[in-house]
Design a binder for this molecule. Structure first.
Ligand code: ACO
Length: 323
């Protein structure tokens, strides 16, 4: 059995902050942000929580799937910006949507989270442990940003996306995942639940900021590792680059995606992007993009999609699946 996507949904806050708005907060400008990242604006929470956005995306996905909440066996929610450590956001979504029989938990792997959750869902389904799995990526990145740091605050946005997977006969998925904890310091988000946080802040050992990033280090990592893992997954599936209809990559930066396409010698038109509108919503980028692709009519049954995520950990993962 394989998990087939039978419904997608997404939710982004109505409040929009464009690059000009940001230039009134930090020393930056629209031209610089667009040229270096491809980002034009981002949606920012205005009272919403991570679990609220996740629940809204889930309800929209369920509506399109025809699946009833009580048919869901498992909710896997990828997030690194939930308001609570526990209860986990997946359980809050379970309550919100009335998924009476579902178990659920959160997966924290930053921008790679959704692809890892998707892979885990596929493993549960192929093992016969689950028949219907709701996979969500949801983030309130604006809560984790130092809004005085122009190096990071320009990059992120808030939102959520969800897919409903149902067990069906079909071509098995092919997947891979890796971590490199040695390179963890390249991208860190400090927890305020940590003991001694206030003292470190007072001493100046950490900044009043959640996200610290070696931008160029992360850029180089992504451009090297994403093509590698895509090739690895293709080899496992005995498929080639030409077999892939779309590469649905984590939406961190236009230049990263263009560099990956170039390394793979594949036309950029096969790499859909929406980061101009939403910026980097971390674990939510891939499901939001999938939802937009589905709603726009781009996707047809039988098409082959390669998804890949990469980010803090450092972590990276990919999956080849049939729409
Ligand atoms: N506006 C204007 N100028 C800026 C800004 C800004 N927002 N930020 C930095 N600058 C300046 C710097 O101060 C520097 O000035 P200097 O030359 O006078 O010293 C100059 O622009 C170049 O700065 P760099 O940091 O070298 O810029 P770079 O070309 O590396 O772009 C960026 C920075 C966009 C962060 C890039 O490194 C990047 O995209 N990295 C990938 C990281 C990423 O996408 N992270 C997202 C989270 S992780 C994930 O999702 C995988």
């Amino acid at each position: 059995m394989v998990g087939k996507i039978c419904g997608t949904g997404s939710y982004v806050p109505a409040r929009v902050m464009d690059n000009d708005d940001l230039s009134r907060i930090v020393d930056t400008n629209d031209a610089w942000i667009r040229e270096r990242t491809g980002i034009g604006k981002r949606h920012i929470i205005d009272g919403e929580t991570t679990s609220y956005m996740a629940g809204q995306a889930a309800m929209r996905a369920l509506e399109r799937s025809g699946v009833k909440p009580d048919e869901i066996d498992m909710i896997l929610l990828a997030t690194s910006s939930s308001e609570t450590v526990y209860p986990c956001a997946a359980c809050e979504v379970q309550r919100m949507i009335g998924a009476t029989y579902a178990s659920g938990y959160d997966i924290n792997a930053a921008c790679t989270g959704f692809v890892l959750a998707f892979n885990a869902a596929q493993a549960y389904i192929s093992a016969g442990f689950c028949r219907t799995v709701l996979v969500i990526g949801a983030e309130s990145m604006s809560n984790m940003i130092d809004w005085t740091d122009r190096g990071t605050c320009i990059l992120f946005g808030d939102g959520a996306g969800a897919v409903v997977l149902r067990a069906e006969e079909g071509t098995p998925v092919s997947m891979a995942a890796h971590s490199d904890g040695e390179k963890g310091p390249a991208l860190t988000g400090l927890s305020r639940h940590r003991k001694g946080w206030e003292k470190e802040l007072e001493d100046g050992a950490v900044k009043e900021s959640f996200i610290h990033m070696d931008g160029q280090g992360v850029f180089k990592f992504a451009v090297r590792k994403v093509p590698e893992i895509i090739e690895e997954v293709l080899e496992k599936a005995d498929a080639s680059l030409d077999d892939i209809d779309y590469f649905v990559l984590h939406q961190a930066n236009r230049r990263i995606i263009e560099a990956v396409a170039k390394r793979l010698k594949t036309d950029i038109s096969k790499f859909p992007m929406n980061l101009e509108e939403y910026a980097n919503t971390s674990a939510a980028t891939v499901p939001i993009l999938l939802d937009e692709m589905d709603r726009s009519g781009m996707l047809k049954r039988g098409q082959k999609l390669m998804t890949a995520g990469f980010g803090a950990g450092l972590t990276w993962a990919a999956c080849l699946f049939e729409w």
